[in-house]
Design a protein around this ligand. Structure first.
Ligand code: PMV
Length: 327
């Protein structure tokens, strides 16, 4: 008997070495490799049901029926998947995040990783972890890294099948934490799909890409050796380089706000006093404070109530995507 409905769950991830710019926009083949850690405390849980009577796919997020951009993105994704994997049937997708959307933490990675895992089960595609990661990548590049567990590296590849992420270390190898400093006011921002297209208009993008492999190997080695100083230096450099590209693209994108910059200065000040803290920022003003089990409580205490921070969301490194049930 074939399945009618599947439920899957995945966590978002925070990139240590960033992905910014595509070689192929449709397949989301990235210009450079990237490394991230999954965030255990945050998740998206998605149910995908085949709807035989429907003429189009439908989507609801946190109980709200979607109509705008989110729906068209999900539909475009499913069209691409049906074509590549030669499957048919419209889907009813219901998705729940356990973190506030308004906090500005990108949910596309966990959303597409969970949806890919549900689709894999529903249509009995029997994809292994590499191919499942590639399937998730079609929806959002960073979703490829939310499929395997722990610390993951996404290898850029040249085709759909060979552009996927693999785990390079398990969560229990090194228990790092991410404390997200949610910066109060978020201005209208350019989403990452749009941002990737602008990357090549920055005169700094070539320089960023030229040394990306070197930063990847420094980051990989820092994770293997559990060397926080080495990790801190390379992730801050990589985040700053990506934001330099964003700020110098045409049109320019300035994701940082005043509070983002104050928090970055404060993190460096704390590190100079021996507290293990390092910053990295994605396509938004929130500052992700990467830290160790020894330092995480001190960091939370220090930044609670800090000027410009509206809330702190804390998570240890986490698991990959998993299937919960099939009916
Ligand atoms: O997966 P996307 O298209 O949302 O792009 C993610 C881009 C960054 O978050 C800024 C960097 C990254 O590697 O996650």
């Amino acid at each position: 008997m074939t399945a009618n409905s599947a439920v899957a769950q995945a966590h978002p991830n925070i990139a240590f070495i960033k992905y910014w710019g595509n070689k192929d926009e449709i397949l989301r083949l990235p210009e450079n490799g990237s490394i991230s850690m999954n965030l255990q405390a945050l998740h998206t849980r998605t149910t995908a049901t085949i709807d035989h009577d429907a003429s189009a796919d439908t989507l609801s997020i946190n109980g709200e029926v979607q109509e705008g951009l989110a729906l068209s993105r999900a539909r475009q994704y499913l069209e691409k998947v049906r074509e590549i994997y030669s499957i048919s049937g419209k889907l009813r997708i219901t998705s729940e995040n356990n973190f506030p959307m308004a906090a500005g933490i990108a949910s596309s990675a966990s959303a597409f990783a969970a949806l890919a895992a549900a689709v894999n089960a529903l249509f009995e595609l029997e994809l292994n972890s590499d191919y499942l990661s590639a399937l998730a990548r079609l929806g959002s590049g960073s979703a490829s890294r939310s499929v395997p567990p722990g610390y993951c590296e996404w290898f850029p590849g040249k085709t759909h099948a060979d552009s996927y992420a693999r785990s390079i270390a398990d969560s229990d190898h090194w228990q790092l934490w991410d404390c997200v400093a949610v910066v109060a006011k978020e201005e209208k921002k350019i989403g990452s799909t749009q941002g990737h297209k602008l990357a090549s208009t920055s005169p700094l993008q070539d320089a960023r890409l030229k040394n990306a492999d070197e930063r990847l190997s420094i980051c990989r080695e820092a994770i293997f050796k559990k060397d926080f100083e080495q990790l801190a230096a390379v992730i801050e450099l990589d985040s700053d380089m990506m934001h330099a590209v964003m700020m110098t693209s045409r049109p320019p994108i300035m994701y940082w706000q005043g509070a983002s910059v104050s928090i970055m200065h404060e993190i460096r000040r704390l590190r100079s006093r021996g507290i293990e803290a390092a910053y990295t920022l994605d396509a938004g003003p929130n500052v992700h404070i990467i830290s160790t089990p020894d330092a995480i409580r001190k960091i939370e205490d220090h930044f609670r109530g800090f000027n410009g921070i509206s809330s702190l969301i804390t998570s240890p490194v986490g698991d990959g995507a998993r299937l919960i049930s099939v009916n």
